[in-house]
Design a binder for this molecule. Sequence first.
Ligand SMILES: NC(=O)c1ccc[n+]([C@@H]2O[C@H](COP(=O)([O-])OP(=O)(O)OC[C@H]3O[C@@H](n4cnc5c(N)ncnc54)[C@H](OP(=O)(O)O)[C@@H]3O)[C@@H](O)[C@H]2O)c1
Length: 269
Amino acid sequence: MGTIAVLGAGKIGEALLSGLLKGGRAPEDLLFTERHPERSAELEATYGITGVTVEDAAKRADLLVVAVKPQDIESLLDRLSPVLRPETLVVSLCAGLPTALFERRLPSGTPVVRVMPNTPMLVGEAMSAVSPGRHAGPEHVRTVTELLSCVGKVVEVPETQQDAVTALSGSGPAYFFYLVEAMIDAGILLGLPRAVAEQLIVQSAVGAAKMLDESESHPVLLREAVTSPAGTTINAIRELEKHGVRAALLAAIEAARDRSVELGRAHED
Ligand SMILES: NC(=O)c1ccc[n+]([C@@H]2O[C@H](COP(=O)([O-])OP(=O)(O)OC[C@H]3O[C@@H](n4cnc5c(N)ncnc54)[C@H](OP(=O)(O)O)[C@@H]3O)[C@@H](O)[C@H]2O)c1
């Protein structure tokens, strides 16, 4: 994979750099760019990696990971385009930006792979979906999959499915946080101290996530195993159904997908 440069070492960029180091990559093989000198110094001191300019990163790296906010992309591409070697693999973590935008602005033939990660990358448990652009082949997808495997799981999808992915796993952690928040409120309603309610629910979430991950069973079967006849859980399920929670989730995720499509349109020709 050679030298990897992360352009924009904010939350996601730093999480990736940290994961790459934990995964055994040598600090000498990692570069990053940052706009603020104090942030650069902090990252250099913490990780022993080198902060460089965008132009230097383009000259020295074999693989560039773009991790700036979508609103900063135009100015970044303006700087990158004149100096990028066309064989350099460009990996975009920018939500909603199509590979076509990069292909239009970068030297002709530049391989681009689009990735939708999510914030559990910060704890090495990201779900990332990768999609190759027009000039990226299976070998580029393999390289990016290997790169991202050090910070979580990776799946390949056609780029047309990236809006659905954004709505499902990109925003997904927020839905779980929302659910946990509401369940803690329920504990408080039932008279439990907040700290106790929080511990009960967070550990239940961790345990349930582990069971989902490790068991071969479908979520329906795992739920049925906790739902005994005339028991407490089925009473709760009846209320969830009565309040349309399943329909609310379908509508919410569809709305997130629609917003992703809308945001993507802003970057069309
Ligand atoms: N956070 C998420 O949940 C999430 C999930 C999926 C995808 N993403 C994508 O990941 C990307 C990064 O998100 P983030 O949450 O990590 O944002 P962030 O914390 O704001 O990080 C972006 C970093 O890039 C720096 N930057 C901007 N333009 C630059 C330039 N020209 N040269 C060098 N550095 C530059 C920013 O500096 P300043 O501080 O000066 O702005 C900032 O430190 C976004 O495109 C987002 O869509 C994020």
